[in-house]
Design a protein around this ligand. Structure first.
Ligand SMILES: [Fe+2]
Ligand SMILES: [Fe+2]
Length: 217
């Protein structure tokens, strides 16, 4: 039997196949990713300490902002005048895409408070590191599958430069987490479990807006 994880990956591959086959859907997909990257960039910027901000944190914030911009630019390869902004009609699964990061943040905070009894400062920093880590793990899988589908479809769109940078972020988040807590691996696994559930719901919601090829097991 396939694990939940394998099933959601399979479903995501099918969704990507349908999305890249239709210019309008593809534009909305890129716009949705751009909006989510932008939400991430703004979150990192909000979390920056006014004094103790390192080169790594500045680089991460700048690169997430670049991803939002780069994805938005890619839309131009699919046609002109598509998806002017992040209005609902220009996104896929707008509600669940808008809320994904906020929900992840809220649930990770709840977990740290309830199961780990973190102090306020520990909670703030821990939630930031764990949420960002879980997102980087997801970005690795998501952009990898998406790029594979782009290659297969011979699309002009490509996200290779994003994949490279997300790889770097995952390494950075891992080393920051190692410094943060000796049980970082347990914490990280719990955060990824929460993220997996949110990802599944999100893919299901996108599936609802995309015509799927006959599902294969
Ligand atoms: Fe990113
Ligand atoms: Fe990233």
């Amino acid at each position: 039997m396939k694990t939940m994880n394998e099933q959601s990956v399979k479903l995501f591959e099918q969704v990507m196949q349908s999305v890249t086959a239709d210019h309008l859907l593809h534009a909305r997909w890129l716009n949705t990713l751009s909006m989510m990257e932008n939400t991430g960039a703004r979150k990192i910027a909000r979390n920056e300490h006014p004094v103790h901000t390192t080169l790594t944190i500045l680089k991460h914030a700048a690169e997430e902002a670049r991803h939002a911009y780069y994805l938005k630019k890619q839309i131009g390869k699919l046609g002109t005048g598509l998806c002017a902004d992040y209005s609902r009609e220009f996104l896929l699964a707008p509600m669940s895409s808008y809320l994904y990061l906020h929900r992840l943040d809220a649930e990770v905070c709840r977990m740290l408070k309830k199961q780990w009894q973190f102090s306020a400062e520990q909670l703030r920093q821990g939630a930031y590191l764990l949420v960002t880590y879980a997102i980087e793990v997801r970005a690795d899988v998501l952009y990898g599958i998406y790029q594979k589908q782009l290659d297969k479809a011979g699309s002009k769109v490509n996200v290779k430069s994003i994949i490279l940078e997300e790889d770097g972020h995952l390494e950075e988040m891992t080393s920051m987490l190692q410094e943060f807590h000796e049980q970082w691996e347990v914490l990280a696994a719990d955060a990824c479990l929460i993220e997996e559930q949110l990802f599944q719901n999100w893919v299901e919601d996108i599936k609802g807006e995309v015509p799927l090829p006959a599902l294969t097991a």
